[in-house]
Design a binder for this molecule. Structure first.
Ligand SMILES: [Zn+2]
Ligand SMILES: [Zn+2]
Length: 301
């Protein structure tokens, strides 16, 4: 089993490495040619490939660092490596999309810088379109073969690059006929899309980093209160995301129970919560604090 998993991990990593190499090549060629020929759509499409490349790197971090089992130095695991990586990528994305967005003004400068048609931009974007199509197909097939949600999700994203590439191709061809506004429009859309993507990453990851309460139904507590001898629950807290979640609460029980009985009910409650949160998170960690249900029981803030 261990060998199988190792081999599995190796294969997923290999797919990501190949994709990373291709993405970096595409990003550099599009950024350079886009700047040289003043095509905003080509430049921002290059930025998109750069972003994909950094997502591949994040995939490596996730597989090799974030999902290592907890150890004595990191008893809660290392899931936040992935969060940190995502936030870094988002920061980079915000910075560069603003940078490229500034180039929109160059369209209306004293000496307007607008896309100049050429064979090189056409070839560059054609290679990119073909590459995104092939990678997306290959990744989807590999993802299904290795049942890796990471690869399948990534293949959907690469499919998006394919459409971005088509948009850039249209802008470049339009420039041949003296039309500059398609490049302006396509470039703006890609820039706005990347900016939106970055903000979404920040929103999703900042909450987890700051231990924001995940969206779980309040019904959960009622379910646990159905267990016999459980009278009440208070100080219910949860933090985490779909990868790992930590829950703790006070469980108020009939005061006459023996320690042995109370302990058993405590475990039942933990199991119940784990079961109810199964769809919310891959790994749920529950801690209960048991209290006798009595007037004025000791419960300092
Ligand atoms: Zn126990
Ligand atoms: Zn309490």
């Amino acid at each position: 089993m261990d060998n199988f998993l190792k081999d599995h991990e190796k294969q997923i990593k290999r797919v990501l490495w190949i994709e990373l190499g291709i993405n970096i090549f595409l990003a550099l060629s599009k950024l350079i040619v886009g700047q040289q020929f003043h095509f905003l759509s080509l430049t921002s499409s290059g930025l998109d490939s750069l972003f994909d490349g950094s997502s591949n790197i994040l995939g490596f971090i996730a597989i090799s660092l974030a999902y290592r089992p907890p150890s004595s130095s990191h008893p809660y695991g290392r899931h936040k490596y992935e969060t940190l990586g995502s936030l870094l990528i988002a920061g980079l994305l915000i910075f560069t999309s603003l940078q490229i967005g500034m180039q929109l003004f160059a369209y209306f400068g004293e000496v307007p810088k607008r896309g100049e048609f050429g064979l090189i931009p056409v070839i560059t974007i054609l290679i990119s379109i073909l590459a995104s199509y092939l990678i997306s197909e290959w990744e989807r097939r590999k993802g299904e073969e290795l049942s890796s949600s990471l690869l399948i999700a990534d293949s959907a994203h690469t499919r998006g690059d394919f459409y971005i590439g088509i948009g850039a191709l249209v802008s470049i061809i339009a420039a041949k006929f003296g039309l500059w506004w398609p490049d302006f429009v396509v470039g703006t859309i890609i820039c706005l899309f990347l900016f939106y993507l970055a903000l979404r990453i920040v929103r999703e990851n900042l909450g987890y980093l700051m231990d924001a309460s995940p969206k779980i139904e309040k019904d959960l507590i009622k379910q646990v209160e159905k267990i016999a001898e459980v009278v009440d629950i208070h100080r219910f807290r949860a933090r985490g995301n779909q990868k790992a979640m930590f829950v703790d609460f006070h469980l108020l029980l009939t005061p006459t129970l023996s320690l042995r009985e109370a302990h058993e009910i405590g475990h039942k409650a933990e199991e119940k919560i784990k079961d109810l949160l199964k769809e919310h998170s891959e790994k749920v960690d529950v801690t209960v604090h048991i209290e006798p249900f009595e007037k004025n029981h000791y419960d300092p803030e």
